[in-house]
Design a binder for this molecule. Structure first.
Ligand SMILES: [Zn+2]
Ligand SMILES: [Zn+2]
Length: 113
């Protein structure tokens, strides 16, 4: 059985989809990365044609421990700074306690948005 491998656009984790997994997926269904909880919506699923669109990243606020979703819109407006260890991080606000949270994203995601 053929297996489709998809790199998570956020953390790079490989998600494996078998033919039967794909058969159950429809356009508009959402896949969630096991590793980083990024949500991806299926935008194409026919034959060789399979595509996903990044929806949002579920993250847990280190301040109040509430889960919230980081969307592309939030990232588009979030200031990007360089953290102490030299990686680019996006600053987003927790909607619950307003804490500023540093999100580390791969360059692919930052430029792909
Ligand atoms: Zn991921
Ligand atoms: Zn919070």
């Amino acid at each position: 059985m053929a297996t489709l491998e998809i790199d998570c656009p956020v953390c790079g984790e490989v998600l494996e989809l078998t033919d039967s997994d794909r058969a159950e997926l429809q356009v508009g269904d959402v896949l969630v990365c096991d590793s980083c909880n990024a949500e991806m919506e299926v935008t194409h699923n026919s034959g060789e044609d399979f595509d996903l669109e990044l929806l949002g990243i579920l993250t847990v606020c280190p301040g109040c421990s509430e889960e919230f979703e980081v969307t592309e819109d939030m990232l588009a407006t979030a200031p990007v700074i360089e953290s102490v260890d030299g990686v680019s991080v996006s600053l987003v606000d927790c909607p619950h306690c307003r804490a500023r949270i540093e999100l580390e994203l791969t360059e692919d995601v930052a430029t792909g948005l």
